[in-house]
Design a protein around this ligand. Sequence first.
Ligand SMILES: Nc1nc2c(c(=O)[nH]1)N[C@H]1C(S)=C(S)[C@@H](COP(=O)(O)O)O[C@H]1N2
Ligand SMILES: [Mo]
Length: 451
Amino acid sequence: MNDKNNDKSLLEEFQIAGNGLLDRRLFLKRGLQLSAISTLASSTALANDETSDAISSRQPWMNQPGKPFSLYGQPSAYEDRVVRFPTQNELVPGNGVSWTPLHLMEGTITPNGLHYERHHNGVPQIDPKQHKLLMHGLVKRDLFFSIDDLLRYPMQSKICFIECGGNSNAGWNKQPSRSEAGYFNGMASNSEWTGVPLSVLLDETGIKKQAKWIIAEGADAFAMQMSIPIEKAMDDAFLALYQNGERIRPENGYPLRLIVPGYEGVLNVKWLRRLKLSNRPIMARNETSKYTELLPSGKARQFTFFIEAKSLITSPSAHMLLSKPGYYQITGLAWSGRGKITKVEVSADAGASWAEAELQGPVLDRAFTRFRLPWHWNGNVAVLKSRATDETGYVQPERSELIKQRGRKGFFHYNAITNWQVDKDGFVSHVYDKQDNETPNTDISIDSGWD
Ligand SMILES: Nc1nc2c(c(=O)[nH]1)N[C@H]1C(S)=C(S)[C@@H](COP(=O)(O)O)O[C@H]1N2
Ligand SMILES: [Mo]
């Protein structure tokens, strides 16, 4: 059935922004009637006798018992493309990133095996029986905690994202990225973390008046150190032992990691072995030469801490192919280190007009929020954008605005709107706004860098 008139009236009734963006309430209003719309239906119509054939036919896997039980489940062998994308620094062993394939995923939770990884010197193989956390410095008494000790403390769970401050930094390049959405923006993942509030342990050590910072140190060969303001430590920081219900994976900090909700990735110190209370920050590599940026004023910004609101359309996105004009669902993720996402707007005409997307509930504080919006693609070139607003009222900037604020010398904290262009042939690629097109540099551009 191909009822073009029905299509046309649907568009007239529900289009709320340019180039075929439809009202997010379309499904609520029309419900199942939508199956009548030919361009929506990607299903196959059956002739009368085909139905009874379909009922009686048996695929091979219905003719014998399936495989037995397993100790630890694995994804279907047919999903073997849904894997992380590793990019490794060849000069430093174990220094690199593996990206979460956000464009191949749905919902909001990142399965543990797909959480992005950012290591400076590989994944230590820690025996939890030998691992201890030391708390010292400007405390009233130094304390040692074994993992078994910590497992007996009161715990809390929080679903929150972690995003590397270097995520999406290919957006600073003069040429658009050539990578899929995940290999450009997938240094961000979202898990339910469970562990002991840091404030509970600080109550136990006691805090001396002069203590203003906590220096966290990891037990990897890099012995990464980072400084966290004491207010954050007392507010909502916690020491995670579990990730999505199971003990943290070695790659993500087993057996103990610091979680500082909403703060950029590097502050979430993995393989945590030491917390030192101090009257000043430690001025480590990752808070001086890295994760800082030179601003147009000539001053460098340091201790950015918060991840500002950001969103990304995960489908349709780069390298995907829309097979024919008609109905599609635009979907993606939005997040903010400052609280809840309150609104995501989508444009299909390069920002000339915007429509509000449906937010999948529950919308959580400092967590990935899934958005969706129905779209009718008419077969012409379309530039898709998404723009997030958080509960502070902050609105995700266009790339040109971000460059105005930050200049061209920065490499971190890129949270501008991403454009995906759908060509006439349905192929999707990353583009910049026309006014943003700079003279392409002749340098070798880093397609998906980290620090
Ligand atoms: N000890 C230690 N902690 C670390 C790192 C590290 O290399 N060593 N990398 C940091 C960086 S830069 C980021 S972005 C996050 C990455 O966390 P993930 O690998 O669990 O995604 O961990 C942070 N914590
Ligand atoms: Mo990072």
